[in-house]
Design a binder for this molecule. Sequence first.
Ligand code: PLP
Length: 444
Amino acid sequence: MELATTTNLPSSDLDAFWMPFTANRQFKASPRLLVAAEGMYYTTSDGRQIIDGTAGLWCVNAGHGRREIADAVQKQVMQLDFAPTFQMGHPAPFELATRLVELLPGDLNRVFFTNSGSESVDTALKIAIAYHRLKGQGARQRLIGRERGYHGVNFGGTAVGGTGANRKLFGNIVTGIDHLSHTHNLEHNAFTRGQPKWGEHLANELERLVTLHDASTIAAVIVEPVAGSTGVLLPPVGYLQKLRQICDKHGILLIFDEVITGFGRLGKPFAADYFGVIPDIITVAKGITNATVPMGAVFVREEIYQTFVQGIENGIEFFHGYTYSGHPVACAASLATLDIYKKEGLLTRVSEIADYWENAVHSLRGLPHVIDLRNLGLVGAIELESIPGKPGARGYETFVKCYQQGALVRAAGDNIALSPPLIIEKQHIDELFGVVTDVLKQLA
Ligand code: PLP
């Protein structure tokens, strides 16, 4: 394979691209460029192979460079590059929706397509508000998220998200939002293997918010079953069940944002299966196409869909959609991805390696600055003690050193998050943790 080697890029070549969620000046002064990928590995611009400890950004679940997906994409582009899905249709999204529904729990059997996790979240929030309105409960407009939640970067997702840094430049861009507390607690739960035992009672905060605002004003609660982007925060045993009960009691819709947990990350197709809690709406993206082509989707329960199609006498039921909702090429990529997941059993594979993974994560206990280790399915987190006055600096240093020494990991503040492709083998786990161990030992 011929590789573009771009080590000596003149600085002007890096100027024009305003990089997302990146310290642009710092990056451009010392770039980290990936130029190829195959299986569990990326190739860097200086010709090194580094192990992918993050499945890209929690999205390349079936590993890199899958020929089947590339072939399907190429074929689709040549056969039907684009066709609208507004008052027109083409076969691919119908076929894909039917295939997706077969994987979904309960009566989540209607699919709305988007192009990203952020779009899925904002679509889900709009569905929730419109649903109540169609039921004659137009006052239910309030949305409840959770501290340290991440639901993408569009208006609704930013508002229900609970990450200070993501919100602070935008003020109250959307009003009528409230947040539950996050469930992370080092005092009670540090070094727990799997789900923490302490913290179920934190779901009762939803009752407090209902008392404060009145249920008649609340449309939906949105949570990530496992919060990823803010450092892997695990739901305490019983917590999600309790949220479900409280939502049911008050007629509030429960939305699971499964953008990172969907498609096998916990050893079941969805976190809803893993935790045995069926929400009213699920949002996904990322693994739906193995990240080859942007795509997202929103899954809704039958009753929600029927409320729209029965509730509007004729004409368009939901004035919402994207030019690329159900894009033929994304659908082709997704269908090929689902074939791989099925053929290789990837949506349940993690359950076979989860114990090995857990032991690897917890092998880091006792290394310098490690104040917590967390794991569930094929997700891991290493929480490092912050350098006083410099939050995030130690996490960033760890990430850069891992990159230099052979592994892609992700820093979320002083948490290192790990979420490799689901095809990972034991020797890859050893390799990944070998690099991480070495780096942690080098930290000042
Ligand atoms: N929701 C969750 C839980 C996510 O982790 C992400 C991305 O990491 C998003 C939404 C946003 O997805 P996207 O970046 O595709 O818009």
